[in-house]
Ligand binder design. Structure first.
Ligand SMILES: [Zn+2]
Length: 347
């Protein structure tokens, strides 16, 4: 036999043996092993390529072409086998995992907004219509912003009303109201006029009960500018109450005291449960308290960077939890943060 004949016979044997072995392959793992053995770097067909240099010059192109054909044949056979295996696997799955289309579908659970979020968004929308901007300030505050800048220097007795949680860093605490944001907005915008609302979570150190939680949401209202008057405060709150509780909602202000406003007032709306006649929700008074308000104290204006001789402002703070409780006649404030789906899906 000539060299050429010998090499050709060798190549034919490589192809025959490879194809025969491929017929035995019945899994993807075995297929990969076959690929390594028959087409990998140290496979017989690759060995033919690397030993090509030892052949006569005239023989090389002929043998190269023949070896290439063998390799292509093996590659095509591999691909064919792979498709066949995949098809078999699919048929097997289809046979074993039959789909019963007569089974009723699983209904999609539709989420909805938390009642507090719904009420908050309503408040934001109302003040948004009046041209207010929403401003978020930190829930972890410094003692200065939470107390001192709001006219409650250290040892001021009013601090007792707002006991809170302190961090291990001295002078850093969880804010007890949204009012610290007043000074932050003022410092950011002084001496420009301000019309802002500041919603957010606040914390107090309290005995948890049906009426009190350690965590609750508030909305702060702040207006600062030249010649802002108490009449505008009253008008704004009136307008808000009408939009929030209905055109016929009645409001009243009662004198009160807060260190950061002067004068200060509590704001009530006519009880929307009994219409003012007296019921258990309003404790027979006909009125529901929705928040505190007043003219921004000159000391607070100064801390905010506004000259109280030129500028004035009003502020109000409303508890969202309490008004949501009243609005939906919920009997226990703790429901809000228990994440009980039976409660939440009622809204
Ligand atoms: Zn009532």
């Amino acid at each position: 036999m000539t060299d050429k004949e010998t090499e050709m016979t060798k190549l034919a044997a490589i192809q025959t043996q490879g194809l025969a072995a491929l017929d035995e392959v019945s899994s993807t793992e075995a297929l990969e092993a076959w690929r390594v053995e028959n087409l990998g770097r140290s496979s017989p067909v690759m060995a033919v390529f690397s030993s090509m240099g030892k052949l006569d010059k005239e023989l090389r192109p002929v043998m190269g072409k023949a070896a290439n054909e063998v390799r292509q044949t093996l590659e095509a056979a591999l691909e064919g086998r792979r498709q066949k295996l995949e098809e078999e696997a699919l048929q097997k799955t289809l046979a074993t995992e039959k789909l019963d289309v007569t089974l009723p579908g699983r209904p999609m659970e539709r989420g909805r907004l938390h009642p507090l979020t719904q009420v908050l968004r309503r408040i934001i929308r109302i003040f948004g219509d009046m041209g207010y901007q929403v401003y978020y300030s930190p829930e972890v505050e410094t003692d200065d912003y939470n107390f001192t800048f709001l006219n409650m220097p250290p040892y001021h007795p009013a601090r007792d009303m707002w006991d809170t949680f302190y961090t291990t860093t001295e002078g850093v605490l969880l804010r007890t109201h949204t009012s610290p944001g007043q000074v932050r907005v003022m410092r950011e915008h002084a001496p420009e006029p301000i019309r802002a609302i500041l919603p957010g979570t606040t914390m107090r150190y309290e005995q948890i009960s049906a009426r009190s939680e350690i965590e609750f949401a508030q909305v702060e209202v702040l207006v600062v500018g030249e010649k802002v008057t108490f009449a505008e405060l009253k008008g704004t709150l009136d307008d808000f109450a009408h939009r929030m509780f209905g055109e016929h909602a009645r409001t009243r202000l009662r004198p009160s005291h807060f260190p950061f406003t002067e004068p200060s007032a509590e704001m009530d709306v006519g009880c929307f449960v009994c219409g003012g006649e007296g019921c258990p929700v309003c404790k027979e008074t006909g009125w529901l308290e929705i928040g505190g308000c007043g003219m921004v104290h000159p000391v607070v204006l100064e801390y905010g960077g506004y000259d109280p001789e030129i500028y004035s402002g009003f502020a109000a703070g409303m508890g969202i939890d309490r008004s949501t409780l009243m609005r939906y006649r919920i009997d226990d404030i703790r429901h809000f943060r228990n994440n009980d789906i039976r409660f939440l899906r009622q809204f």
